[in-house]
Design a protein around this ligand. Sequence first.
Ligand code: HEM
Length: 453
Amino acid sequence: MATRELPMVASRNFLGGAFSFKRDQLGFLAGGIREHGDLFQFRPLGLPMVMVNHPDHIRHVLVDHDDRYDKDASLFRIVRPVLRDGLIAITDKKRWRRQRTMMAPHFTPRTVRNFAPNMTDETLLMLRRWEARPEPEAPLNVTDEIGQLALRIVNRSLFSADVSAAAMAFERAFSDANDLLGAFFRLPFPPLTWPTVRRRKLRAAIGAMDDFISGVLQQRLNSTEQEPADLLTLLMHSVDDDGHEMDLEQLHHDVLNLCIGAFETTTNALSWSLYLLARHPEAEKTFHAEIDSILADRVPTFDDLPELPYTRMVIDETLRIYSPAYMTMRRAMVDDEIAGYRIPANSNVLINSFLLHRHADFWSDPDAFIPERFLPERVAERPKHAYVPFGSGPRVCIGKHFALTELVMALATIGRTHRLVLGEGAPAVEPEPLITLHPRGGVRLQAVRRFQD
Ligand code: HEM
């Protein structure tokens, strides 16, 4: 059978829907799905984009025919000035494979287990800081608090370092870059090479993140003390098949990519999970019953994870509703065909997990928070690629085990002693689709002790 042309989202002018996409990216794509189904094309400012929204097609691109696609797509071109040749955005497949092979052994559950105490210790310190405030129950910007927590955890695990002040500068710089690049993704004009205020701000943000990474790397290289048992030591001594270590530039880029990959995604996931529990008292009750019965007055350990299935389902459902890395993209390296439709070479193939995770064929009442969707028997009823918060295929998130361990451990540690509650008449928090899916204005909640001393 001859291949057909993909349906095109109609546009009234040569801008190809660029302004609708800028105004409301998720609404624009949801409209395309309503009108054309799971496969369609659109051309904002002439850029060839193909939306794929069916699990089979996502498996086709990310897994089965990953050799026909690479990351030289417009999204990664936009973030490359920040991420450079680190693992997230690197395009060259041979170089990517070398780096991934060197790094992967340090992100297995066995290695992540060593970092679990950092996750609970830092969460306990955060709770103590909340308690030490003059008014412990005053509202908190939970997203800022969890942002600090996520950075402290990743810094301790990567660098064994307490780099709180520098970490705050990193957080601000990342947030600026996320805002600037998110806006640029929605409307890629004027080019980032033009001498605009936006470019100046982006350069400053990249400079601040680089200074942070250079600082910790130099400190380690100049240190005469015994090397600590952290991820940086492991990465510095990783060798490729020819016995070569990473050079300093590569190490810098990969460490930066790990910090970026680990920071906003986990921050958003934990903030949203606390927000969803605050809005769903029944689920919160079930969550408390589980941690009370398993932990009693103990802090969770890595070995408790299999005993906390409901806590894990709360995290899984949060990652469904508010998928933090909600979009990714691939470039078709060659002409391809999906479900009888022609995918021309150089198309930017867009996968949007915010919309996929609401696909009517696989999720009933998709906006409702129902952790039980992730009971093993319910998971078995769905195609695997209906749910891809960590991506899939060779480029699946390397930090998946780290993230899931951190999220379950931190949520259980907080829930042991504290409830987070919405203030009287607090408005719903809206998701803001930047490069990651950010809670607009941050999640604001009050921390209330569950038991009085
Ligand atoms: C809830 C937390 C997280 C989510 C939702 C998430 C999501 C993702 C997704 C969807 C991808 C694949 C992107 C693509 O296919 O284009 C990815 C890749 C990646 N993530 Fe994560 N991530 C999380 C946490 C982490 C953590 C904790 C780290 C580091 C410790 C990390 C480091 C990376 C890196 C380095 C890559 C690139 C992997 C490669 O291309 O080989 N992520 N992440």
